[in-house]
Design a protein around this ligand. Structure first.
Ligand SMILES: *Cc1c(COP(=O)(O)O)cnc(C)c1O
Length: 481
C-alpha cells in the first residue's frame, strides 16, 4: 500500500494542459450558451497519463478480497470466483431488457426459475422470490408477509415482534419499518436466547399481541442456537410466525435445512453466501423463501414454468412488487453460476470448511482473544472474542493496527452482547497459511500492547490517512469539491 496520499486532481492541474484530442470541427462554430459556462467550475487540466496514474493509485488503496484477507464477521467476504463474472457478462444476459417481454427473455426466466428451485432445495422451503435487493430488503419483505398473513385472518391485535439482543441492527429496523414494536429478548449465560424471558414475553394475554420473532441461526455469537426448536414452538403456540435471518447460511448449506427447523420465512444474502462481490452498498440480492403458510404472500412476479415455457406469475395474496422488474439480475446469474459450479456436495463442503476455518482460527488466537460464550463447544462459520490486552488497548486499537499488518479488521463492537467484541469470519476460501499469518499478526499486536501501547493507540501508521472521524464523515457528507 503506498504511504503517500495521492494529490487531488485539481492540485496536479496545469493551465492549458489537455489529455483529449477532439476531431476536426465539421459543423459551423457556435458559441457555448452563457448559461452553461460557470467560472466557479475549475475543472482540472491534465494529460492522459496523469489521469490514468491518479485513478490507478486510488484503486490500489482500496482494500478488497482480491488483494487481502478480509475476515469481517457477519459479512461472509469470501473469494468471488471470476467465472461468475464471465457468466454475468454474457451478451445474452447483458443485452436483455425486461420490457422486451417474457418470450424474448426465456433464458433469463429459466435461470431465475432454476435458481429459485436451487434455493428451495438448499433451505427446504416451498416458494421463493428473487426480487429484494439486499438482506435488509428481504427482511422487510418477510415481515410484511407475516403482517399480511395476520391481517388475512382478521387478526389485528398483534403489534410486537420479538428480537434477540444479539441481533443484527437491520432486524429491529425492519420491525419498525413494517409498523411493529421491537421487543428485545435477552441472551442467557451461554449466549443463547433466554428461554424464560421468551416465555415471559408471550405469557397469558400477551400471546395475542405477538406477531412473530426474527432470529438468526447460527446467532451472531457464531454459535448454533441450541434452543431453536423450543423457540419456534413457543412462538407458534402463541400464534406468531418465525422469520429466519439467513445471512449466516454459509455455515449450514447441505447440513441443515432451516424450513425443517420450523422457520416460516427467511432471506438469503445471495451476495454473501453465494459469492457476489459486495460491500460499499451493493448491488446485492436478498432472495426470500417461504413455507406453505406464507407462500401465497410472496412479492411477485416470480418465475414459473408452464409446460416448456417460462413466465412471470404473482402469488394470489401477494404483498405486491418490492423492486422493479427481475431484481438485481446480474447478482442472480452469479449466484446460479456459483451453485452449479459447486453442486450439492461442493456447497456442503464449502460450509464444512467455513466452520473448520473459523474453529482453527479461534483455536490459534484463543489465549489473548478468548470467546466469551460457548468456548466449550465448536463455533460455526464465525466467532466472537472479547480481547483484553491491558494498558488501555481497546478492540478499536487492535483493529486499526491490523491494517498496518495488511489485514482487514474483523467486525468490532458487534454483537452488542459481547464486551469489546471482536468478530471474525474467515470463510472457506482462505488457506491455513493465511489463517496462521493473521493469528501471527494478532500475537504481535498483543506483544506490542504490553511493550509499547502508544503504537496501537495511534495506529494505523502506514495508510494514507490515519484515524478518521467516522461520525462526522457520515453526518456531514461532502459530495462535491
Ligand atoms: C449482512 C446481514 C444482514 C443484512 O444484509 P444486507 O444485504 O447488508 O442488507 C442481516 N442480518 C445479518 C445477520 C447479516 O449478517
Amino acid at each position: 500500500m503506498p504511504d503517500k496520499q495521492t494529490p487531488l486532481l485539481c492540485e496536479e492541474s496545469v493551465s492549458g494542459r489537455c489529455g483529449a484530442l477532439l476531431p476536426r470541427l465539421d459543423v459551423p462554430q457556435t458559441p457555448v450558451p452563457e448559461t452553461l459556462l460557470r467560472d466557479s467550475l475549475k475543472l482540472p487540466e491534465l494529460d492522459e497519463c496523469t489521469v490514468v496514474r491518479h485513478f490507478t493509485l486510488l484503486s490500489q488503496k482500496n482494500f478488497s478480497v482480491d488483494s487481502q484477507f478480509y475476515p469481517l464477521g457477519s459479512c461472509t467476504m469470501k473469494y468471488n470466483p471470476k467465472m461468475n463474472e464471465d457468466a454475468a457478462a454474457q451478451k445474452g444476459f447483458r443485452q436483455s431488457h425486461p420490457l422486451s417481454g417474457d418470450s424474448a427473455n426465456q433464458g433469463n426466466l429459466e435461470l431465475m426459475y432454476k435458481l429459485q428451485e436451487a434455493l428451495k432445495a438448499i433451505t427446504g422451503f416451498v416458494s421463493c422470490t428473487l426480487q429484494p435487493a439486499a438482506g435488509a430488503h428481504g427482511e422487510l419483505t418477510g415481515i410484511l408477509m407475516i403482517r399480511a398473513w395476520h391481517l388475512s385472518r382478521r387478526d389485528k391485535t398483534r403489534n410486537r415482534i420479538l428480537v434477540p439482543d444479539s441481533a443484527h441492527g437491520t432486524n429491529p429496523a425492519t420491525c419498525t419499518m413494517a409498523g411493529y414494536i421491537t421487543e428485545t429478548i435477552p441472551s442467557d449465560a451461554k449466549g443463547a436466547v433466554d428461554l424464560d424471558a421468551l416465555k415471559e414475553a408471550v405469557a397469558g394475554g400477551r400471546a395475542k399481541t405477538v406477531a412473530g420473532m426474527m432470529i438468526t441461526n447460527p446467532g451472531t455469537q457464531g454459535l448454533f442456537e441450541i434452543h431453536i426448536a423450543d423457540i419456534i414452538k413457543i412462538i407458534h403456540d402463541a400464534g406468531g410466525l418465525v422469520y429466519g435471518d439467513g445471512a449466516n447460511m454459509n455455515a449450514l448449506m447441505g447440513i441443515v435445512k432451516p424450513a425443517e427447523l420450523g422457520f416460516d420465512v427467511m432471506h438469503l444474502n445471495l451476495h454473501k453466501t453465494f459469492s457476489t462481490p459486495h460491500g460499499g452498498g451493493g448491488p446485492g440480492a436478498g432472495a426470500v423463501i417461504a413455507n406453505k403458510t406464507l407462500a401465497a404472500f410472496l412479492p411477485g412476479p416470480i418465475a414459473a414454468k408452464n409446460k416448456d415455457a417460462y413466465e412471470l406469475a404473482s402469488p394470489e395474496q401477494t404483498i405486491g412488487a418490492v423492486k422493479s422488474f427481475h431484481g438485481n439480475f446480474a447478482v442472480l446469474v452469479r449466484a446460479y453460476a456459483y451453485i452449479r459450479a459447486l453442486g450439492a456436495d461442493g456447497l456442503k463442503r464449502a460450509s464444512q470448511y467455513a466452520v473448520l476455518n473459523a474453529n482453527y482460527l479461534r483455536h490459534l488466537c484463543r489465549a489473548k482473544f478468548p470467546t466469551p460464550y460457548g468456548a466449550e463447544r465448536p463455533c460455526m462459520h464465525e466467532f466472537t472474542a472479547s480481547p483484553n490486552l491491558g494498558n488501555g488497548v481497546h478492540t478499536l486499537d487492535i483493529a486499526k493496527r491490523l491494517i498496518d499488518y495488511g489485514f482487514h479488521p474483523p467486525t468490532i463492537y458487534f454483537p452488542l452482547t459481547v464486551k469489546e467484541a471482536f468478530m471474525a469470519e474467515p470463510t472457506e476460501t482462505e488457506t491455513m497459511e493465511t489463517l496462521e499469518a493473521f493469528a501471527g499478526a494478532l500475537e504481535k499486536i498483543a506483544a506490542e500492547a504490553e511493550a509499547e501501547p502508544e503504537l496501537l493507540h495511534d495506529a494505523p501508521h502506514h495508510t494514507p490517512v490515519g484515524r478518521l472521524d467516522e461520525v462526522a464523515a457520515a453526518r456531514n457528507l461532502k459530495l462535491r469539491w
